[in-house]
Structures are given as C-alpha cells and as structure tokens.
Design a protein around this ligand. Structure first.
Ligand code: KG4
Ligand code: ZN
Length: 366
C-alpha cells in the first residue's frame, strides 16, 4: 500500500510517501520520500510558535512540497492508496491547513483518507529505524511486548504500557509542563533561541551536570505522572539569586569574567544547562524503568522531539539493556515532527479501522 502522509500540527510542514506492507502483526515500511519544511527561523524571534504564522506558512508550503514530492518521470498519483493526515493534537489553525489540503486531494484524485493522531505517529516511529528493521527481521514482533513507551515532545510527556502494536494503556503523563516545553522555557531564561532543547543540549556539553542539585520532581512518587514546572521555577530562582551567593566571588572559572553579571558567565550558564538536563533525564529514565520492571516489560520505546536528546537516549538505552530489555528509539530525523510517522500511524489506523474524525482536534488524547 502506498501511503501519502501529511503533517501540519505545529511548526513543521511535512509530506511523505511511504510504502507499507504486511499486516498489523508485522508491518514493514519503506520510505520513498520524506519532506519537511521547517518554520523554526520564522518563529524564533517570538520565542515560540505563533499559530497564525504557522498557518500561513503551512498554506504556502503544502503545495510547494507536494510538487516536490511527485516524481517528474512518471505519474505516481494513481498508485497512492491512502492519504493519512494529522488531525490532532496540535494548533488548530495549523491542523486545519493539512486537513483541508488532504480533503482536496481526496476529492480531486478519489483517494481513501484516514485521520491520524499525531501522538500515535510518535509512538509508532520506533518502527522506522533502519537498524531496527534488522532486529525486527530476527525476532517476532510479539516478543517485544509488553513494552513501555515514553513519548516526550514539546506538548506531551506520556508513559504508556503497550500490550501489542495495537493495544495500549496510558500509565501517566505530565501534570503541568511537558519535558520539551520545560527545555524551551529554561532555554529562554538562559537567553538561548527557540527551540530550546537542542540549544540546552549544546550548552550542557560545556557544563557540569552535578554542579547544581536541581530537584527531581515526583521521581519517587508511586504514580507514573510527571511534573516539570517546579524544576523550571528552581532554575529561575537559581539564576535570580546566584549573584547573591557567597561562592560567587570565589568561583574559579569566572575570575576573568568579573565584569559580566555572574549568572551570564558561560561557565555558570553551562552548569545550569547541564544540571537541568540531568535532572529531567533522571526523572524520565527512572520512572520509565520502574514501569518496565513493574509490568515485566520486554522492551522500552522512546519517541518525540526530546528523544533527540543524546543524554536521554544513551541513559535510557543503558538502563534498559542492563536489565535485558530491548531498547528502541527512532533515527534522529524521525524524532521531531515529520510526515513519515503520520503515514505509518495512518496505515495502522486504517487497518484497525480506527481513523479519526477529519476535524482539527487540538487536545486529542492518545
Ligand atoms: O515532537 P516535536 O518535534 O513537536 C511536538 O510534537 O511538540 O518536539 C519538539 C520539542 C521542543 O520542545 C524541542 O525543544 C524538543 O522537542 N527537542 C529537544 C531536543 N530536540 C528537540 N529537547 C531536548 N534535547 C534535544 N536535543
Ligand atoms: Zn510531535
């Protein structure tokens, strides 16, 4: 089945062509085209995504990407079997652009359409790694389950227990800020540009993750919920109060920076970035592993934009494999928003007859 994926939930316009074979038990995917037009530069001056600007850019990008998607040597349109479009969660004005575009294609070319939950796209993105297809060749898909899946993005932090590729239950989620959101907010405090996750990761490489003992909210809480707004507030107070700290004048690395407000010295900012990143990763990893142990999971799956974070990937991989659990994370390009994962989730939803309503649903749950 040839699937056209369409993604416009936030600030990436994505179109993809994916060939899907196999049934629900052992689906396999070949990525023919993956196009993403990023709007990061447009939203950067505003420190976050502006919904109406996102809408305007999607409207501009969709037809351009569609033209680019089609091979020039032959007409691929008749061979497309399914159009998969994100309907939520996300920014509603942005979601509508993709839905309307998809509906027009359906009308014009008489195609089948399926509405896709963006979070299911992230969830299934572990199926996309080249290396995983080798693993998946050698073991039965059913041997991966039960599994614990952690979805960490700009809008969500969700822990799921998967019984199979098609059956899962939410164990917990964030009660306030999502993991990616807190990366973005702390980045702003450190005067780093949007999106903050990759910037904090870069700055953290120069800092000491043990320099500041930021809180690890809810790390010992029995529930599988998360809370990151307190951590963000701790960073805020640290940056605000640090100049009054007695250690300030004796910090060995700032001697030649004494003319700069102290919290702006590179060393301090790098320590804040590294210590903050470590605190978030500790919470995410510890709670995921606890769930995996308690539910007798055979594998752990990590996805969403924050899954691009190398410390998170490496730590969760190490802690999973130490316990004999298989660890899955998509290749970097499939962590942040893209239409390949939407084509994959659309194929699964179509087979399961679980397509979503073709209206923008800003708060759609997984
Ligand atoms: O999944 P995604 O592309 O969009 C949503 O569905 O939200 O995730 C975007 C989020 C942003 O908050 C961004 O700062 C974060 O993922 N992110 C990262 C990294 N790369 C992107 N967070 C931490 N480390 C990274 N390397
Ligand atoms: Zn996303």
């Amino acid at each position: 089945m040839l699937v056209l994926g369409i993604e416009t939930s936030c600030d990436e316009t994505g179109l993809a062509l994916v060939e899907a074979v196999g049934g629900l038990r052992a689906p396999k995917f070949k990525i023919l085209k993956n196009l993403v037009a990023s709007q990061i530069k447009i939203h950067r001056p505003f420190g976050g995504v502006v919904p109406n600007l996102a809408k305007r850019e999607h409207l501009k990008n969709l037809p351009l990407l569609f033209k680019k998607l089609l091979p020039t040597t032959y007409n691929i349109l008749p061979t497309i079997n399914l159009i998969a479009v994100t309907v939520g969660p996300g920014l509603e004005p942005a979601l509508w652009t993709g839905i309307i575009f998809a509906k027009e294609l359906v009308k014009k070319y008489k195609k089948t359409i399926v509405g896709v939950n963006h979070l299911e796209g992230h969830l299934y993105s572990f199926l996309l790694t080249a290396q995983h297809s080798n693993i998946l060749k050698n073991i039965r898909m059913s041997n991966l389950f039960p599994a614990i899946a952690l979805i960490v993005s700009g809008g969500h932090t969700i822990l799921l227990k998967m019984e199979s590729l098609t059956k899962w239950k939410k164990l917990g989620e964030t009660r306030d800020d999502a993991a990616g959101e807190s990366f973005d907010k702390v980045a702003r405090m450190l005067r780093l540009p949007y999106p903050g996750g990759p910037e904090i990761e870069k700055l953290a490489r120069r800092g000491d993750p043990e320099a500041i003992n930021f809180p690890r909210p809810m790390i010992h809480d029995k529930s599988y919920d998360f809370s990151f707004s307190g951590l963000k507030t701790s960073v805020f107070y640290y940056l605000r109060d640090y100049p009054r700290d007695a250690n300030l004048r004796t910090h060995p690395n700032i001697a030649d920076n004494s003319h700069v407000p102290i919290h702006q010295s590179l060393r301090i900012r790098a320590d804040v970035a590294a210590s903050f990143q470590q605190a978030i990763v500790d919470v995410l990893v510890q709670k995921t592993i606890r769930a995996a142990e308690l539910f007798g999971a055979k594998s752990v799956m990590l996805s969403g934009g924050v899954a691009a974070n190398k410390l998170l990937r490496a730590t969760l991989k190490e802690e999973s494999e130490k316990r004999g659990l298989r660890f899955f994370v998509p290749d970097f390009i499939y962590n942040t928003d893209n239409a390949v994962m939407i084509a994959v989730a659309g194929f699964m939803a179509h087979l399961r007859k679980k397509g979503r309503k073709l209206v923008a649903q800003g708060n759609l749950a997984v």
